[in-house]
Design a protein around this ligand. Structure first.
Ligand SMILES: Nc1ncnc2c1ncn2[C@@H]1O[C@H](COP(=O)(O)OP(=O)(O)OP(=O)(O)O)[C@@H](O)[C@H]1O
Ligand SMILES: [Mg+2]
Length: 470
């Protein structure tokens, strides 16, 4: 794809010119001049062979006498413009025939020459037309290049989102719905590394906002004193350091998407200002008084429990209501085991190319072991451990030993891998019991052989939440 783009830049075609005029001296003179100055020149002294040349070759410019014997030049002009809309035409007219010239220009001729003309007039007309044609060609090339790049990007994004589990398919379905309603704000929740930013990009690039900006902002990465000016922009001189007028994120993302990453880190006073901007779709730059409209769409993300954030008064309830019109929750990787193998295969292929390694095979035991693993860092952790293993692996088969998990696991005689870590098993059993008894804590604690209070204490300790859709 990129090669295609590059090639387009190298190819610069010769401009093809056809001259139709009944005076042979005239066509010969023009032919000689055009050939000398680097054009590809064709000539005809009557209409019919002229039109045949036009049909066969991709002519860029036609120099047409509108006083041809036995033919009406204006009719010919009309016909060729209809059949070849991209063809440019310079007409040649007799002195005093201004009426025809005006009509020809109305029919789309680019320029005209009046006979008898001076050589320099002809030269100027040709050079001007040449510039125009080259500019048009460049413009067309840019358009093609842009569409190739965005096509390339969207293909890449499609391929980048890997997963086969029912849960991840539901996530993708919701993301597609979100892309269709491109004015609706979306909140994406999920543990660190589950793919929140990935999903935000998918929504943006599948929506009709895709040709405009996707701007990702993590407010914890910006010093608090600058936050307001970064979001709303500022007027030159409105504070020390404001050396020129500046657009803020809301303005930049007009017709695009503003991705607010980790909203839990957003200071509470900024939340009030952001709420107003969302409600009014208007912002005021720092130091200005007038408002500027901006048609932005917000996708927000957090790896915190949003209800808890609101309860603890770290996040405004009214702003949360504005942000989570559509809520997409990405389950942790440990709860969608089926995705581990396809994800891993995808990363292995990807890193084979990036690290210039031969195609590597996966020992199936790795998948069995990884399915037992807790993956606190989710997909990002899987990606990183695959890269590390591929860098260190000497042969062309990746083995369990290439994946030093934080968990101590053993391979049983049956080939099954068992985790020996007590705490991990405790967490796993608690989750299993809860799910098995539809989150009924009494039944789950009975099955585990502990009291309900003890179960609740452990759930708090290990940060196990009850979520019925898990
Ligand atoms: N389904 C998936 N298919 C392919 N790659 C994925 C998938 N999910 C996540 N990734 C990859 O995992 C890495 C982490 O994803 P991303 O940055 O989107 O996570 P996040 O939820 O925003 O994490 P954090 O909360 O830490 O910001 C990225 O390199 C991303 O490309
Ligand atoms: Mg992220």
């Amino acid at each position: 794809m990129i090669d295609k783009v590059m090639n387009m830049e190298i190819i610069s075609k010769k401009i093809k010119v056809l001259t139709i005029d009944d005076e042979q001296n005239f066509t010969e003179e023009i032919h000689e001049y055009l050939q000398k100055t680097g054009f590809e020149s064709y000539t005809a002294n009557t209409v019919r062979p002229g039109l045949a040349i036009l049909k066969k070759n991709e002519i860029d410019l036609l120099i047409l006498d509108i006083r041809l014997p036995g033919a009406n030049g204006l009719d010919i002009l009309k016909q060729v413009k209809e059949e070849h809309p991209k063809l440019e035409v310079i007409i040649v007219s007799a002195h005093g025939d201004m009426e025809s010239v005006i009509q020809a220009m109305r029919l789309g001729a680019l320029d005209y020459l009046r006979k008898p003309f001076r050589h320099v007039d002809f030269q100027i007309a040709i050079e001007r037309t040449q510039k125009f044609i080259l500019l048009n060609q460049k413009l067309q090339m840019m358009e093609e290049k842009n569409s190739l790049i965005s096509q390339n990007l969207s293909e890449k994004i499609d391929r980048n989102f890997v997963g086969e589990s029912q849960k991840i398919r539901q996530v993708l379905d919701l993301a597609i719905t979100a892309s269709e309603f491109s004015d609706t704000n979306v909140l994406i929740t999920g543990e660190s590394g589950t793919g929140k930013e990935n999903v935000a990009r998918i929504i943006h690039y599948a929506s009709n906002r895709k040709d405009n900006v996707f701007c990702g902002v993590n407010s914890s990465a910006i010093s608090e004193s600058l936050l307001e000016s970064e979001f709303f922009g500022h007027k030159k001189g409105s504070f020390t350091g404001a050396i020129s007028d500046k657009q803020g994120f809301f303005e930049i993302t007009d017709k695009g998407t503003l991705f607010l990453d980790e909203i839990a880190d957003m200071p509470i006073n900024l939340q009030a200002k952001i709420l107003r901007a969302i409600e009014e779709k208007k912002i005021t730059r720092v130091g200005e008084t007038h408002q500027i409209s901006s048609n932005f769409r917000i996708i927000a993300a957090t790896n915190h429990d949003v209800d808890q954030l609101v309860q603890e008064k770290k996040f405004r309830l009214d702003l949360m209501h504005r942000l989570n019109t559509l809520h997409i929750h990405i389950p942790p990787l440990r709860e969608r085991n089926e995705d581990i193998e396809p994800l891993m295969q995808y990363f292995v292929n990807d890193f084979s190319v990036k690290l210039n390694k031969p195609e590597m095979k996966l020992d199936k035991k790795i998948i069995v072991a990884l399915k037992q693993y807790d993956f606190p860092g989710n997909v990002r952790e899987l990606k990183n451990m695959t890269e590390r293993a591929m860098i260190l692996c000497k042969g062309d088969i990746l083995n369990v030993e290439d994946f030093p998990l934080k968990t101590k696991s053993v391979v049983m005689e049956s080939g099954e891998v068992e985790v020996l870590n007590l705490q991990e098993n405790e967490v796993r059993l608690i989750r299993l019991a809860l799910r098995n008894f539809m989150f009924n804590q009494k039944k789950a604690s009975d099955a585990l052989g502990i009291t309900r209070d003890s179960l609740i204490r452990r759930m708090k300790k290990f940060n196990i939440k009850i979520r019925k859709d898990d």
